[in-house]
Write a protein that binds this ligand. Structure first.
Ligand code: ACO
Length: 397
């Protein structure tokens, strides 16, 4: 709680008073170094406003940083021209309206779990972390290969013999950013040193391939990063901002539907209410225009809010790395933030919208091509179904 002199006192720590400088700064108490960090809060966002009034200063005695990345895509590649053979569309319409030229799609016996494990192995190799030194695996996906989650199967494929906790996070195209923040929370809370964050999705399995309004957008992929504990002075997560708004479900969803052929009748001839009917998920339903409007409104807001919490100006961003949904969305956000196009990462021409995989996939390509260098600052933002959206200002390496 702040008093008139700008001092913050924490009620849980008696006689503990702390002067908070704007945003993050290092303090020393009783022989250990403590970083004061202004974090984000998760809030409802009726008007999609940034919660600048609600910043809560937090003490961070343990930092976290990104030390490795990797990615993998299925072998089958489908160009716009090939797509136009099965649905009424054409390369010009798709590339002008979205920037997408081709996408990779799981086929035959391909498995999303294997794809995710391949991406994870590359990230571990870059980070020089042994599978047995992983403390936690977070699989960010909305398309798990088992109702109960895919993360433990990835753990098995990686050959982790010490049974590290592994679980799924479902938040569509915001999944990877939320996974990154969850990794930071686990590390900062103590007890976790190496956290593997994987973003992997196979939306091709939930697309209606006769609906030209949605099927042209999506592709399948996996990307991964290793987030590692470090001294608070080296902390590489400068600020973040995250939101969700359940009202937006009408604009983008793939809801559960009852199997119609399962209408068994009871002895009176009426439809039996028990046992429940078998269910499955419907194909992706989307109001593209509304999702577009939501993205160009909320993404700049969330990045501005995260930058404010980090105490950094937009000019300090070396790279803008957005969820790869539509080039027109990426361009609109960059323009609004006044970030020149040469500092914007984009690879959706080759992959389409790969949901939770898109940010780590683009990061991995940019790091391995030498574009993104150690020590550079990245503003990453995800947005999508839920609706969910959020951003993180991070340092690479
Ligand atoms: N090929 C050719 N014509 C098409 C196609 C197509 N694939 N799709 C639509 N059209 C036609 C329409 O029928 C319409 O024709 P009409 O004017 O004769 O009626 C015309 O093109 C314009 O259609 P719109 O839907 O208005 O096109 P728009 O410019 O809005 O672009 C798009 C559609 C690309 C889907 C865009 O709205 C968009 O990208 N929205 C954001 C989607 C998004 O980012 N989703 C994120 C999902 S992330 C997650 O969480 C899963």
């Amino acid at each position: 709680m702040a008093n008139a002199s700008g001092l913050f006192s924490t009620p849980s720590v008696p006689n503990f008073t702390l002067r908070v400088r704007p945003f993050s700064s290092i303090h020393r108490f009783q022989g250990f170094s403590t970083k004061v960090f202004c974090s984000g809060t998760i809030e409802g966002a009726q008007n999609y406003a940034s919660p600048t009034q609600s910043r809560i200063p937090r003490l961070v005695s343990q930092g976290c940083k990104l030390v490795g990345c990797g990615s993998a895509v299925p072998a089958l590649q489908i160009s716009n021209d090939e797509l136009s053979k099965i649905v009424d569309t054409n390369d010009e319409w798709i590339s002008v309206r979205t920037g997408i030229r081709r996408r990779h799609v799981l086929s035959g016996g391909d498995s999303l779990i294997t794809l995710a494990a391949d991406a994870a192995k590359k990230a571990l190799e870059m980070a020089k972390v042994d599978p047995d030194d992983i403390d936690l695996i977070l699989m960010c996906t909305s398309t798990p290969e088992d109702l109960f989650g895919s993360a433990p199967q990835i753990q098995k494929q990686l050959g982790c013999t010490k049974n590290p906790l592994s679980y799924d996070i479902t938040a569509a195209c915001s999944g990877f950013v939320l996974g990154l923040l969850s990794a930071a929370c686990h590390i900062r809370g103590g007890g976790f040193r190496n956290v593997l964050v994987i973003g992997a999705d196979a939306l091709s399995r939930y697309v209606d391939w006769t609906d030209r309004g949605t099927c042209i957008l999506f592709g399948d992929a996996a990307g991964a990063v290793v987030v590692q504990a470090c001294d608070s002075e080296e902390d590489g997560l400068f600020g973040f901002d995250v939101h969700s708004d359940g009202n937006g479900i009408r604009h983008l969803n793939a809801g559960i539907k009852e199997n119609e052929s399962n209408n068994a009748l009871d002895s009176n001839g009426s439809v039996r209410s028990f046992p429940p009917k078998k269910s499955s998920y419907s194909c992706i339903q989307m109001n593209g225009k509304e999702v577009f409007r939501f993205a160009v409104r909320c993404v700049p807001q969330t990045i501005e809010s995260a930058l404010k919490k980090a105490g950094l100006p937009a000019s300090s961003i070396d790279w803008l790395l957005l969820h790869q949904a539509n080039q027109r969305i990426i361009d609109a956000v960059a323009t609004r933030l006044e970030i020149p196009s040469e500092r914007v990462i984009s690879n959706l021409a080759n992959y389409g919208n790969t949901s939770a995989a898109s940010i780590p996939l683009a990061l991995d390509e940019a790091v391995r091509s030498g574009k993104v260098k150690a020590g550079q600052t990245i503003a990453a933002a995800g947005f999508g179904a839920g609706l969910t959206w959020g951003s993180a200002i991070v340092r690479w390496g």
